[in-house]
Design a binder for this molecule. Structure first.
Ligand code: AMP
Ligand code: FE
Ligand code: FE
Ligand code: ZN
Length: 286
């Protein structure tokens, strides 16, 4: 069983359509893929339709999810949510609040980039993002198009879009203890995404992770491209101490990042345990 529990489509900052993501998951030999776009479930229906349309004999299970933008004190962090009821009003309202503020903030970042001499425009960013939940990676793509930086990851420096960088503007983000409770109340399973991704900025303390565990966190995403070996070892120990499961996933973003689908995977027993905790939705297909 090959299980990848973190992937983005163009419903947020990935480049594959949800249907293309499903095809790519089959192509990568995955048995299970989770669709976890930032602050949105807009890709779920298309992905589910694509799974249902797979030829007989092709097996893929889709785990509908999302990745909620959170902030602990002043440290941004991401909470994966799986198998919640997308219609549950409190969590749906929170996702909508974050998505709406992404537009205000996207415009402000573009303005800042222009002041700093980058010839990009909000129209261009909207074209790149399409219907997707607008984020810094779309603005990074605009900076690449304008020849300001050579690659999306080169835009995530202090000069431009990195946390606290010259053109970084904050968006509304949810308190993570509240987010964990919102996900659980919607029948979902909350997992802390890349908790030790230090290259993205400051990371939260073990104390904060303990508070999230007490609030109902299910797991830590340990095997992730942004974690080095010592970080993984530390997180594994912490998870054992706190009674949390550990997952592994690619955080695939199509061509916007170099990571491949299935580059990191989750143990089948952990996957089963996560699915068992969910009451808001069921995996699709398979
Ligand atoms: P936003 O949600 O708009 O604040 O943008 C955050 C997204 O930017 C993350 O989900 C990643 O896809 C991407 N990102 C953050 N840090 C980096 C980085 N250092 N290199 C490349 N992409 C990054
Ligand atoms: Fe992303
Ligand atoms: Fe993330
Ligand atoms: Zn992600």
């Amino acid at each position: 069983m090959r299980i990848d529990l973190h992937a983005h489509s163009n419903a947020s900052d990935g480049t594959d359509t949800p249907a293309e993501l499903v095809a790519a998951a089959v192509g990568a030999g995955l048995d299970v893929v989770a669709l976890t776009d930032h602050d949105t479930v807009a890709g779920h229906t298309e992905a589910a339709d694509a799974v249902h349309a797979l030829p007989a004999g092709t097996r893929l299970t889709l785990v509908p999810g999302a990745e909620l933008s959170c902030v602990a004190g002043d440290i941004s962090m991401h909470l994966l949510a799986y198998l919640f009821d997308p219609a549950e009003p409190a969590f749906a309202a929170e996702r909508e609040l974050v998505r709406t503020d992404r537009f205000r903030r996207g415009r402000a970042i573009v303005e800042r980039c222009r002041e700093l001499g980058a010839d990009i425009s909000w129209e261009q960013v909207r074209r790149i993002a399409g219907e997707g939940s607008v984020g810094r990676p779309h603005i990074a793509s605009a900076l690449v198009e304008a020849g300001v930086v050579a690659s999306v990851s080169d835009a995530f420096t202090a000069d431009w879009l990195a946390n606290g960088g010259r053109a970084d503007v904050r968006k509304h983000e949810t308190d993570p203890v509240r987010a964990v409770r919102l996900v659980r109340a919607a029948g979902g399973v909350p997992v802390f995404a890349h908790p030790g991704a230090a290259k993205r900025g400051r990371t939260v303390s073990d104390q904060v992770i303990a508070e999230l565990a007490a609030a109902g966190l299910a797991a830590l995403e340990v095997d992730h491209i942004d974690h080095d070996e010592p970080t993984r070892a530390h997180l594994r120990g912490l998870a054992a101490e706190l009674g949390l499961l550990t997952t592994g996933s690619s955080d695939y973003h199509g061509s916007r990042k170099t990571v491949r689908l299935g580059e990191h995977t989750t143990d089948p027993q952990v996957y089963e345990a996560l699915v068992e905790q969910a009451t808001g939705a069921k995996p699709i297909g398979g």
